[in-house]
Design a protein around this ligand. Structure first.
Ligand code: ADP
Ligand code: MG
Length: 481
């Protein structure tokens, strides 16, 4: 039997606010356990939650960014369950009326086309605390710092048909939430968590199969692996006449497998009901329009503008606009040097190469965008060749100063004086009479390739400083004579 995979993702994005969703306690990561949970986060008797307006703004910003319906009225509900890291006995979430309704995103497919993926809803909720199993032998520690941290749960339609598509969708959401500044996207620290709902059905069947929900996936690579493992497991069971149990399964990255965690059939009924301590959330048009007006340029819009303004190819524009800080770096550099294509090539090549090698994010680049643009300007105005520029870039990376200072100090200025270049060319030709003879006797079709040898010799003799274009022209002229 041929099986088709069906995937829907639930993504929890931690909203980047300083304080919690219903209290003034700090959301900073990494504090001493239980130092950042206040009476409201713990649900102690007599306290009342107060909604953090910044959280609402970030959720609306997300909704607007995906063209979703923004609910003018939404409701906070209590989701009741017992767990040690939830001292209140319920989580405040949204159920029937979420703040963000239906929207849509497009994801790139491997064949170069695009596909639309539906977003069912995005709702606000508070996070629970954390159970710490490793540090305490035979016991479990509880850290409640995370309790009350604001989350936006983004629920997709079951529109993905492969693990690759699921990863493309997760990456798109990840890029977007960072772009619009609502979430730092840190998967290791758990600020961006992806749960995958996976099922299979016989090809051609309209009804969906029974799904399992995969949790504990903390990198994009693991999303793909966990789904692929799970699809194979389900097909195995179905092929041998078995049935899929609807359940939650944990992904184990060390063993690269999924294991049953709890079965949904025996799961609690959450007994959702509107939280009596919180009024319905009502948004007026002015509030929404104010957020729309302050919306930063989105990745797709930026890429289109880069194509139009700088004449970039689409793939280059998409690459430099993929991360907001990178796009800003590119734009400054392109502005300073006046050549967008040169800037895009250098940002993608030298700059990203050096950052990757050093394991640095663009925000930590030792060379600023303006200084990088200054270097490119010296290529654009023929002060130095691209090759020399790489040398200058390395010196800049080491903190030796800006491009002009390094070019001056190391005497790297390109030789554009044609008399000086002619002198070097003559010397090279005089030294290589046999090669000159060969060249002149060769088939004209082979000559361009043979020219490379002479160019190399001249560049070497000039310590890389001769203007390569002039060298080529002069050599062709002198060799044909
Ligand atoms: P729950 O409330 O139990 O989490 P939902 O109906 O809200 O269930 O669905 C949760 C997620 O599961 C959504 O992302 C949805 O697209 C996905 N999903 C639902 N049915 C299937 C299925 N048969 N196969 C794969 N994913 C599914
Ligand atoms: Mg769910």
């Amino acid at each position: 039997m041929q099986w088709e995979t069906v995937i829907g993702l639930e993504i929890h994005a931690q909203l980047a606010t300083k304080s919690k969703i219903f209290s003034g306690a700090s959301t900073a990561f990494g504090a001493e356990p239980n130092t950042q949970a206040c009476a409201v986060d713990l649900g102690l008797p007599g306290v009342l939650p107060v909604l953090n307006e910044a959280v609402v703004r970030l959720a609306v910003r997300f909704g607007l960014a995906i063209g979703a319906e923004i609910s003018r009225r939404s409701i906070f509900a209590r989701k009741n369950y017992f767990y040690p890291d939830l001292p209140k006995g319920y989580q405040i979430s949204q159920f029937e009326l979420p703040i963000v309704g239906k929207g849509e995103l497009t994801i790139p497919l491997e064949d170069g086309s695009e596909k639309a993926v539906g977003v069912t809803r995005a709702h606000l909720e508070e996070d629970a605390g954390k159970s710490l199993h490793e540090d305490f032998q035979g016991m479990t520690g509880i850290d409640l710092n995370r309790a009350g941290t604001p989350l936006l749960e983004i629920v997709s339609e079951p529109d993905m048909r492969s693990a690759r598509e699921a990863v493309a969708y997760a990456r798109k959401i990840h890029q977007l939430v960072r772009y619009i500044g609502i979430c730092d996207g840190n998967m290791q620290e758990g600020s961006f968590r992806v749960d995958a709902n996976v099922s299979v059905r016989p090809c051609g069947q309209a009804a969906y199969g029974t799904r399992t929900e995969l949790k504990n996936i903390n990198s994009f690579r693991f999303i793909e692996r966990a789904i692929n493992f799970e699809v194979a497991r389900q097909i195995d069971i179905l092929d041998s006449g078995g049935e899929i149990v609807q359940e939650t399964r944990l992904y184990d990255a060390d063993k690269d497998e999924t294991r049953s965690m709890r079965s949904k059939e025996e799961a609690n009924d959450y007994r959702y009901f509107p939280d009596p301590d919180l009024l319905p959330l009502e948004l007026d048009e002015d509030f929404i329009e104010e957020i729309r007006a302050a919306m930063p340029e989105l990745p797709g819009e930026k890429a289109a503008r880069f194509c139009a303004e700088f004449g970039l190819a689409q793939a280059d524009a998409a690459a430099v606009s993929g991360q907001r800080e990178l796009a800003e770096f590119f734009e400054v550099a392109a502005g300073v040097c006046g050549d967008g294509r040169l800037a895009s090539n250098w940002v993608r090549g030298e700059l990203l190469g050096a950052l990757n090698k050093a394991g640095l994010d663009i925000t930590a680049s030792p060379v600023s965008a303006a200084a990088f643009g200054g270097l490119l300007q010296r290529i654009a105005d023929d002060t130095i060749s691209g090759k020399i520029a790489k040398q200058v870039f390395e010196a800049m990376w080491r903190g030796e100063g800006d491009a002009d200072a390094i070019i001056e100090a190391k005497g790297l200025k390109q030789i554009t004086d044609s008399g000086a270049i002619a002198g070097i060319v003559d010397a090279v030709l005089a030294k290589n009479t046999a090669q000159v003879e060969n060249y002149r006797n060769a088939d004209p079709a082979k000559q361009p390739k043979m020219l490379g040898f002479f160019v190399g010799q001249v560049m070497k003799a000039s310590k890389g400083k001769a203007n390569p274009k002039q060298v080529n022209e002069l050599l062709r002229e002198k060799l044909s004579g």
